[in-house]
Ligand binder design. Structure first.
Ligand code: HEM
Length: 555
């Protein structure tokens, strides 16, 4: 069988040694399929070899994985996980006994793909995180541009920005994250909890089976960020449609959060194709854009008249007005930042709340200890107050320990902005550091799972031990799953205020138990649930739990 090929390629092929001469008919611009395949294979093999050799140089020949695809490239994510393809979950799978790192006798190793994706240096070491994560104004590393692009859909923002742009955004977004906001988060969390209990119809039930607790925690976190981030009060169950029959803001926001990956990664023209799924995304984007523009104008007025609310959006506008013209953000940047709070804060918190409930359900002794602590601090009768936050350190400890074991923000990427070096501490037990050259453009990956399971920092890292964080409510720097330094999570206290309030209320009202399948043991339930599901963020698998109402006065 012969195929037609462009004459220029046919000419080149004709010059190649042709063996028996049976395969090439360069004069007619047509060659046999097998020769084309061989040629393509040779070209691919050569380019793979060149890519591989360049990759090895980029990672300074550091020991590591040599794979066809980067685990973070599209082919790497889409191909089945196998000995030849580590897949997206390779860092998770290698966490036990730090086995992935033990293979290379280091807390840092390389990944050098020979077909698709960039060469990477992967680290689970805190000192390396400190050397690279602080942003390009402090280090020779910045967020990779292609990653930031995906975050720019709504406008430039704090997460995507780097260098001086990042500093300008932090000046406006940073002040919004203050005690006033955290108090608002606490109060609204308690209100939404009451709304959930009522609208789910729990008030009249002694036992409630929740087949997938993530359905509750995702809805909960969305409502909290909508209220405290955007100042929008939504009902627990979505109303069917707007009065004019159009899409409600609540629907629009839900569609945008549920379909965020499609929204961010699909090219604009694909969203215009005549499919309902895509059409709803377009309508949701239009609804939200119109709404946000109106809201900015309204909030500017309320800030001027000193009649301002305490949601993050309003606080940002307040800080922005105070900046004057020189450093102020424009409307698209303000919108970019409000949306980034939604995406950075919703899924991460929802996953960690679900995982906290899973751990509590299968650790009754720890749950009892936390209940005793809640009763000691708050008692049975009064509502927990924002002022209790610091005293409820054992509740916070559950959330932090859960986040350590299932770090929802499980990857951080940085890229060298120039030829530079990093200092790698030698393995535990060996003195000193090694200095490694890192050429410009090399991508560094902070493996947060590896960091949180690194025996250098934690004893028994695979054991759920909230007690390691008791007394941590003073927000010490030794907790690393929110990152560290100037670029650590700005929403950390937002997330912990929400979590401590929610968990305090729920644990005081209900005993949490694993909801078992017929014949299933608690051990099997743990195997099924306490494993990672991951894509953009990381969480536990679908978690079925049973809530048993506590008898007030009897711990
Ligand atoms: C359990 C919940 C959360 C986790 C685990 C988490 C984790 C992280 C991590 C690891 C980073 C650093 C990313 C990097 O440098 O590449 C980060 C940054 C950030 N987070 Fe969170 N986050 C959480 C909740 C929130 C919430 C609730 C908000 C907002 C309401 C938020 C907003 C942000 C923003 C804006 C940044 C960028 C900060 C900067 O670069 O200056 N996060 N988060």
């Amino acid at each position: 069988m012969a195929v037609d090929i462009p004459p220029i390629l046919a000419g080149l092929l004709a010059k190649l040694p042709s063996g028996s001469g049976r395969y090439v008919r360069g004069d007619q611009g047509s060659v046999s399929l097998s020769l084309v395949l061989v040629t393509v294979a040779v070209v691919l093999a050569t380019s793979s070899l060149v890519k591989f050799v360049r990759g090895l140089k980029a990672v300074n020949y550091m020991p590591g994985l040599r794979t066809p695809f980067s685990p973070f490239s599209l082919p790497g994510v889409l191909s089945p996980t196998a000995w030849w393809n580590p897949g997206l979950s390779f860092l998770w799978n290698g966490r036990k006994h730090h086995s992935l790192y033990k293979r290379f006798n280091s807390e840092t190793f390389s990944v050098t793909p020979w077909i698709a994706g960039a060469p990477l240096i992967v680290t689970s070491n805190l000192d390396v995180l400190r050397q690279i994560a602080f942003g390009s104004h402090r280090t020779d590393f910045a967020k990779p541009e292609e990653m930031s692009q995906a975050l720019l859909f709504w406008g430039q923002n704090l997460v995507a920005a780097d260098g001086d742009t990042w500093r300008t955004h932090r000046r406006v977004v940073g002040p919004a994250f203050n005690t006033k906001l955290y108090e608002d988060v606490w109060v609204k969390t308690a209100e939404i909890y009451a709304q959930m209990v009522e609208e789910e119809g729990w008030a009249s039930k002694d036992t409630i089976d929740v087949p997938v607790v993530q359905k509750l925690t995702f809805q909960f976190a969305l409502l909290v960020i909508s209220r405290c981030g955007f100042g929008l009060s939504f009902s627990w169950f979505e109303p069917p449609a707007a009065e004019n029959g159009g899409m409600t803001v609540q629907q629009a926001l839900r569609i945008i959060t549920d379909r965020n990956t499609a929204l961010v990664f699909l090219p604009k023209w694909v969203r215009k194709l005549p499919f309902k799924y895509l059409g709803e995304i377009e309508a949701a984007v239009d609804t939200m854009m119109t709404f946000m523009k109106e809201q900015i104008a309204r909030r500017r007025d309320s800030v001027k008249s000193n009649d301002a609310a305490s949601d993050a959006f309003t606080l940002m506008i307040k800080a922005n007005e105070a900046e004057g013209n020189k450093y102020a953000l424009d409307d698209s940047e303000l919108i970019g930042n409000v949306f980034i709070l939604l995406f950075a804060g919703h899924e991460t918190t929802a996953h960690t709340l679900a995982a906290s409930l899973a751990f509590l359900a299968c650790n009754p002794d720890i749950q009892q200890e936390i209940l005793d602590h809640i009763l000691q601090v708050v008692g049975w009768d009064r509502a927990p107050a924002f002022e209790d936050y610091a005293s409820l350190d054992k509740v916070l400890a559950v959330f932090l320990e859960t986040l350590r074991m299932f770090p929802s923000g499980y990857l951080m990427f940085r890229q060298a902005t120039k030829d530079t070096t990093i200092k790698l501490p030698r393995p535990v037990g060996e003195e000193g550091v090694d200095t490694i050259p890192v050429p410009k453009g090399t991508t560094m990956v902070v493996d947060v799972v590896g960091l949180e399971y690194n025996p250098r920092y934690y004893d028994e890292p695979e054991t759920f031990k909230p007690s390691r964080w008791y007394g941590a409510s003073k927000e010490g720097d030794n907790f690393t799953a929110f990152s560290v330094g100037p670029r650590e999570c700005v929403g950390r206290r937002f997330a912990t205020s929400e979590a401590v309030c929610f968990l305090t209320l729920l644990i005081r009202d209900y005993k949490l138990e694993p909801l078992l399948q017929k014949g299933e043991t608690v051990g099997q339930w743990k195997e099924r649930v306490l494993d990672a599901t991951l894509f953009i963020t990381l969480g536990v698998k679908d978690t079925p739990i049973r809530l048993v109402r506590r008898e007030k006065g009897r711990a």
